[in-house]
Design a protein around this ligand. Structure first.
Ligand SMILES: Nc1ncnc2c1ncn2[C@@H]1O[C@H](COP(=O)(O)OP(=O)(O)OP(=O)(O)O)[C@@H](O)[C@H]1O
Ligand SMILES: O=C(O)C1=C[C@@H](O)[C@@H](O)[C@H](O)C1
Ligand SMILES: [Mg+2]
Length: 509
């Protein structure tokens, strides 16, 4: 039944760029699909119980977040056959748990306006059976099902044909199944934005079992299109400098792709490389892509950015994949800017606004005002240190010393680093320690409040009094300069808050 043409030489770069129009012509109309229906119950998602829970029960997650236990023996009849109604049925295999930084596929579709997609959590066996026999009109798949899905297809679009991977399936009006590898075509679209062309791309994929099919599929696509090298390496531990030096052709890699979960929250101190020094083993490296999308900026991306590399997570790629799915599923074309604004919105809402700057520049005062206007929780690091120690910063400094204060400050930053959507006013010296900068950066964007030195209050600030604000500025301004992503000149409190809020909205991500 399947006509999987694996002849890679038939897939050219030109074809890759044409994939969109191919997709368009293959896009089913919703007419003719009217015999399918959404889940008859109100539940949002099914999942089997996890380890340690009875495997005779399933959990239904209701839209309001509550859960109901139900007997679970097999794939339900509803999922396999369902009942008749007018709506087409779009399914997204829920790839991970919900997070503001990493919405699942169905949530991304909803942002594009396709609100009736159902997220499904099924065991691997049930998922494969559902893909084969279930009642669906279009599916977005978890990478681990891509090879099996491609085998089921009657038609494969070029990227899927070149790789035998299909992450999107569409049931055509004649009942046949078309598969596309939109993660691959999405990656191709990202390369120029990262300063790479296919013929320059020497890619190193670091991967682990679950994401190996994805890494291998992407590597196949790159080489099919003429990339000189795409190597996939399975790692069980972060890559050491010694191991990196032993990789053949290591000195030529221009793209590093993390297809492991190393660095995913809550293990945000981890990276797929042992330390940032490992970057030196790849002297031609230009760009880093990280499939970890919780936190907003995993440590690998932060370290790469600190070294001047073009680095980002694959959140943008996932948004592009959702957009392509939306177009294929609903047969509607969307303007490109929709993708960009959805990506910016997700990042902005998930990111903490982190105010940095000299002691007394107004971080606390302006931070409170920004938080109130944006209806976001406000966190003042100094206030948290004071509450934990039980005395004022000034007294801590005088009685216990700077290191004592800084240790508490670091501890609190570490505890806060997993949270999203906050306004955080730092203390004037909070950015001195590199680990504090890294942890604040995980979910944060740095806003540097600049105020003339002679306007800075030194009242109850022992360090400013002892060393003078000029000396502190000499020491700290290079750090602020390096990490600041937005610079805000302090005017009146209200005007500064307004300017800062404007920066959160207008700047491209
Ligand atoms: N935009 C502003 N215009 C005029 N005065 C301001 C402004 N912002 C803050 N101030 C005043 O400056 C002083 C220091 O402000 P604030 O405590 O907010 O600074 P900070 O940056 O949080 O300092 P620290 O680094 O010590 O925490 C306060 O007296 C505050 O009222
Ligand atoms: O500039 C600094 O080093 C400090 C500023 C204050 O916000 C407090 O964090 C503390 O007094 C230290
Ligand atoms: Mg303050």
């Amino acid at each position: 039944m399947a006509q999987n043409d694996t002849n890679r030489s038939s897939f050219s770069a030109a074809e890759a760029h044409e994939t969109r129009s191919l997709n368009d012509s293959a896009a089913p109309t919703t007419a003719g699909m009217s015999s399918r229906t959404p889940l008859p119950c109100s539940c949002k998602a099914w999942r089997r119980k996890g380890k340690g829970e009875s495997n005779r029960l399933a959990v239904i997650e209701e839209p309001d977040g509550s859960t109901v236990d139900l007997p679970f023996t097999e794939l339900t009849g509803d999922l396999l056959k369902g009942t008749f109604a007018d709506d087409p049925r779009w399914i997204w295999f829920a790839d991970h748990s919900k997070s503001p930084a990493a919405p699942c596929g169905a949530e991304l579709l909803a942002k594009f306006g396709l609100t009736n997609a159902e997220p499904l959590h099924l065991s691997e066996t049930d998922a494969l059976r559902f893909i084969r026999d279930g009642r669906w009109d279009g599916i977005g798949l978890d990478p681990k099902f891509m090879a099996e899905a491609a085998r089921l297809c009657d038609h494969l679009l070029p990227a899927a044909r070149a790789t035998n991977c299909s992450n999107i399936l569409i049931r055509e009006t004649d009942g046949t199944i078309t598969g596309d590898f939109t993660i691959g075509t999405g990656l191709l679209k990202m390369l120029p934005a990262m300063g790479l062309t296919i013929c320059q791309t020497r890619a190193l994929f670091l991967t682990e079992e679950a994401l190996e099919p994805l890494a291998a599929g992407l590597a196949r696509l790159l080489t099919a299109l003429g990339a000189p090298q795409a190597k996939v390496i399975r790692i069980d531990h972060p890559l050491s400098a010694d191991a990196a030096k032993r990789i053949e052709g290591a000195e030529g890699f221009s793209l590093l792709f993390n297809a492991t979960n190393l660095g995913r929250a809550p293990n945000t101190d981890q990276m797929p490389i042992e330390s940032a020094e490992v970057f030196q083993c790849f002297p031609k490296l230009k760009a880093v892509l990280d499939s970890v999308d919780e936190p907003v900026r995993p440590r690998l991306i932060w370290e790469a950015q600190q070294r001047g590399l073009e680095a980002r997570t694959t959140l943008g790629l996932r948004v592009v994949v959702a957009r392509e799915a939306m177009e294929l599923f609903a047969g509607r074309t969307l303007p490109l800017c929709a993708t960009r604004s959805i990506l910016c919105d997700i990042r902005r809402e998930a990111s903490n606004i982190v105010l940095i700057g000299m002691p007394g520049c107004g971080k606390t005062t302006i931070g409170k005002c920004v938080a109130a206007r944006l209806l976001r929780p406000f966190i003042d690091l100094d206030a948290l240190v004071e509450r934990r120690v039980g005395k004022s910063s000034e007294r801590i400094y005088r009685e216990d010393g700077e290191e004592y204060f800084r240790d508490f400050e670091s501890e609190i930053i570490k505890e806060l680093s997993g949270r999203h959507g906050l306004v955080i006013s730092t203390g004037g010296g909070a950015c001195l320690r590199p680990e504090n900068r890294m942890r604040l950066a995980l979910n944060g964007t740095f806003y540097w409040l600049q105020r003339p030195l002679d306007h800075l209050s030194t009242y109850q600030r022992p360090l400013s009094q002892a060393r003078g604000v000029e000396a502190l500025y000499e020491e700290r301004s290079p750090i602020f300069e390096k990490i600041a992503e937005r610079i805000i000149e302090v005017q009146s409190v209200e005007d500064t808050a307004a300017a800062l809020i404007g920066e959160t909205v207008c700047k491209p991500c």
